[in-house]
Design a protein around this ligand. Structure first.
Ligand code: ADP
Length: 509
């Protein structure tokens, strides 16, 4: 169910009936529903072409269409939107027929009260979601089988092509012009083989080597690589839950997913934006598990969110299809997300997308938790010797490499870290965390938008309990700005050990 008002398209030519439906629904909770109205079918079809709706309430008898064909025309135009038809008492049979043809439910005029209407709307949305997910996974399943079969055959053929080409090259003198021709053949065959391998991943026939590991550690280990693919004006924020359960999956494959999602997010923000990578523990109940076709239980979720161009309904529907791309030739292969889909399914998890045009995109991945407690990924060697803690630190630093290094060091040593690229963002993050939840502000002095000194004084007004540690490349700056020169200060450049010692010292002071 969307966590915003449900958008309803009310197709009804009788203003009295339309008002009645609105009032009946609003009786439950006025702010739960948003209405758009159309008195004719042609106007309703225009509306669904231009706007997004969660549900359609469709009177079958309209000035420009009547009977079952009203539903059929609407369903052809908007097959993905759950539709509830509204009929008169004398033609109830039409309601049943519409349900057989794909409507979610039918209501009879004059026999509708608030609980019935609210339940019908909610069930319609839930059922359609389930139906769409089932349709999507069945479709991807059969495309996967086909793609996997083709890829297998191709790999066999390519093995022969590559083998004999190499033998041919070996039998020629390097100066022979045929030799360079054959090398081109070999390189092309290798490229084709990589493509076939990607298809095998989508169809889940690629060898997966599941291991038990800490997803946070994997994200942090990949951080440098991720930062190298995003543009400078894309801000990367990591919100990693400190007590994350371990997962069982193939870490190389999960790294590949993370990379694919980050590259897509970058492409969706050509003029810059914000990319948030988040991890957290999730309990999946039976109802949700049935929808995902996974077992109920504990999962770890990885969310990659951007505030880029977003997607329309059609793109969202096809996003996991192999070779579906909206990128220009040469830029996209359309295989990135199908590979993500295949990997996640192979690892017993679930992937979903939430996106709106101009409103960014969120990909959510759920991986099953492991019952084991030992991660195969290396923890920081420094951990045992270094002063550590469990407190929450708000880190404001505009230089992405330093920010990521600090986050990594602090996180590896037990702290929870909230990252901000400047003072304004740090203030926003602080506002979202109740008093007492942030223990220390670690801030650079000079930052765009709002520097560290203004930040400390603004934060100090509302949250005098937060301890402060300034960092800067210039001692003078901090001394000049710190009111009596007594504010704790860490000189850049600093080593992880120095950062940890100073943080502990300030927290304990
Ligand atoms: P490719 O990146 O090669 O196009 P993908 O399978 O990774 O292939 O993505 C398929 C399509 O999904 C993209 O072409 C794009 O239209 C859409 N898409 C994926 N991620 C995003 C995103 N974060 N924001 C907007 N559109 C996206």
């Amino acid at each position: 169910m969307p966590d915003r008002p449900i958008k309803i398209l009310l197709v009804e030519d009788n203003p009295g009936d339309a008002r009645l439906i609105k009032e009946t629904l609003s009786e439950a909770a006025a702010d739960q529903f948003e209405f758009a109205c159309a008195e004719r079918l042609d106007l309703a079809l225009e509306q669904v072409a231009q706007h997004e709706f969660d549900v359609i309430l469709l009177d079958l008898t309209l000035p420009d269409s009547s009977g079952l064909q009203t539903f059929e025309k609407m369903h052809t135009q908007a097959p993905g939107i759950p539709t509830i038809v509204v009929t008169g008492m004398d033609v109830e049979i039409l309601g049943t027929e519409a349900v057989q043809k794909g409507a979610q439910d039918y209501l009879i005029k004059g026999q509708v009260d608030t609980p019935l209407l609210v339940r019908s709307v909610r069930y319609a949305i839930e059922r359609k979601l389930l139906e769409n997910q089932l349709l999507q996974s069945n479709r991807l399943e059969s495309v996967g089988e086909l793609a996997g079969g083709v890829a297998h055959e191709f790999n066999n053929l390519l093995t022969t092509i590559m083998g004999y080409t190499q033998l041919g090259i070996a039998g020629l003198s390097p100066e022979d012009p045929v030799c360079s021709d054959l090398e081109v053949v070999l390189r092309s065959a290798e490229r084709a083989s990589r493509l076939a391998t990607q298809l095998l991943t989508f169809s889940r026939q690629q060898v997966s080597e599941p291991k038990v590991f800490d997803l946070n550690q994997l994200i942090l280990n990949t951080g440098k690589l991720l930062r190298s693919v995003i543009d400078k004006d894309v801000e990367l924020v990591m919100l990693l839950s400190p007590d994350l359960d371990l997962v069982s999956a193939d870490p190389n494959q999960i790294e590949q997913i993370l990379m694919n999602l980050v590259v897509n997010a970058r492409d969706a923000m050509p003029t810059g934006g914000k990319l948030v990578i988040q991890s957290t523990n999730v309990n999946v109940d039976q109802a949700q598990a049935d929808r995902w076709n996974c077992p109920a239980g504990k999962y770890v979720s990885l969310t990659v969110n951007d505030n880029g161009i977003g997607m329309n309904e059609e793109v969202k529907r096809k996003v996991f299809d192999p070779f579906f791309t909206t990128k220009e030739t040469g830029k996209g292969t359309g295989l990135g997300l199908s590979i993500c889909y295949g990997i996640i399914k192979q690892n017993g998890g679930h992937i979903e997308v939430d996106s709106e045009v101009d409103n960014g995109t969120t990909f959510k991945i759920f991986l099953p938790c492991s019952t084991q407690t030992v991660s195969i990924l290396p923890q920081s060697q420094e951990r045992r010797d270094m002063p550590n803690g469990k407190e929450t630190i708000l880190l404001a630093e505009d230089e992405p490499m330093i920010r990521s290094m600090c986050t990594r060091v602090l996180f590896d040593n037990g702290y929870k870290v909230l990252e901000a690229a400047n003072g304004e963002e740090a203030l926003r993050l602080a506002q979202n965390h109740p008093a007492g939840m942030i223990d220390l502000l670690l801030t650079d002095v000079v930052m765009p938008q709002m520097g560290g000194i203004e930040l400390t004084s603004r934060l100090g007004e509302s949250r005098p309990d937060i301890k402060i540690l300034l960092t800067s490349g210039y001692t003078d700056e901090a001394l000049a700005c710190s009111p009596n020169g007594s504010m704790p200060f860490l000189q850049k450049p600093f080593l992880p050990s120095a950062l940890l010692s100073k943080v502990r010292e300030v927290l304990d002071s």
